[in-house]
Structures are given as structure tokens and as C-alpha cells.
Write a new protein. Structure first.
Length: 159
């Protein structure tokens, strides 16, 4: 019975995700350190322009940390949150905003809270190069929407 509920939640999530209405891209080779640094540089530039102090994490397709940076004066709690957002985006092949949106709808969307590793906060975004997911970025330190803005600035550096 519990397995059926978990499968139902996953199916609901997949149907409700507006960010990836079609099938998400397949996984490719893991992101290189050079590409991870390019993503991070672009994201940090966006954060600096807005005077936002953030932590950012870049993970490979398995959710393993490839690159991490924390700006001065970033709240310490953002370290682990940025890593969790990146892992969630990589492992579930979708932006963490998709989880946030399903959760915000309430009702059956609250079941998202039971998916291990799913972070329902904007700021985690898969990194897609040549049509394949190679990793993900997670950003934390400001509002979820601002975290998402910084993350998207980062992924735009390698698209």
C-alpha cells in the first residue's frame, strides 16, 4: 500500500511539473570541473550585481559535489541547502521550483514532502549541455526566487 502511494506521488509530480512538461533530457557525461567553474562564475557575477550573498554548489549527474563556493557573509545554513538543491535537481532531472510549485498547490501536492531528497525550494537547476543533463547547480542565501535567478544565470553560461 505504501509503495502504491509513493508511486502515485511520483506520477502526480511528473504530470504536474510545468517546467518539464515533456520528458526531461537524458543524462550525459558528468560535468567537468572547467564547465562547473564557468557555471559558478556566471552565477556569482549575477549575485554580486544584486549584492546578494549566496552559497552555490555544482554537482554531477549522481549528485556528487564537483564545485562549491560560499560568498563572504553568507548565512551558514545556506551551505547545506545549496548542496541539497543541486542534488535534488540532478537526481530528479528537474528544477527544484517544480517541487515548490506542486507543494504550493496543496492537497495531494503535500505528498512531495515524503519524497526523499526532493527539495521544494527554488534555486536548484539541472545543467544541460548538448541536450543532456551533465549535473546541476544549487544556490541558497537569499529568497527562493532570487536563488533561482542566480542559478539560471549560472546555467546560461554553458547552454
Amino acid at each position: 500500500m505504501r509503495l502504491r502511494k509513493v508511486l502515485l506521488v511520483i506520477a502526480l509530480f511528473l504530470c504536474a511539473s510545468s517546467a518539464y512538461a515533456q520528458s526531461p533530457p537524458p543524462y550525459g557525461a558528468p560535468i567537468t570541473v572547467d564547465d562547473a567553474k564557468r557555471v559558478a562564475a556566471a552565477a556569482l557575477a549575477a549575485a554580486r550585481i544584486n549584492n546578494w550573498n549566496v552559497a552555490l554548489a555544482i554537482v554531477d549527474i549522481s549528485g556528487n559535489l564537483v564545485y562549491f563556493e560560499k560568498m563572504d557573509d553568507t548565512q551558514l545554513g545556506s551551505v547545506n541547502v545549496s548542496i541539497a538543491k543541486a542534488r535534488s535537481a540532478a537526481l530528479f532531472k528537474r528544477p527544484t521550483k517544480a517541487f515548490q510549485d506542486v507543494l504550493a498547490a496543496g492537497g495531494e501536492g503535500l505528498r512531495i514532502l515524503r519524497l526523499e531528497g526532493a527539495v521544494p525550494l527554488e534555486g536548484g537547476v539541472p545543467i544541460v549541455i548538448d541536450g543532456k543533463i551533465v549535473g546541476a547547480i544549487g544556490v541558497s542565501g537569499v529568497t527562493s526566487q532570487q536563488d533561482g535567478q542566480v542559478a539560471l544565470a549560472g546555467v546560461s553560461a554553458v547552454r
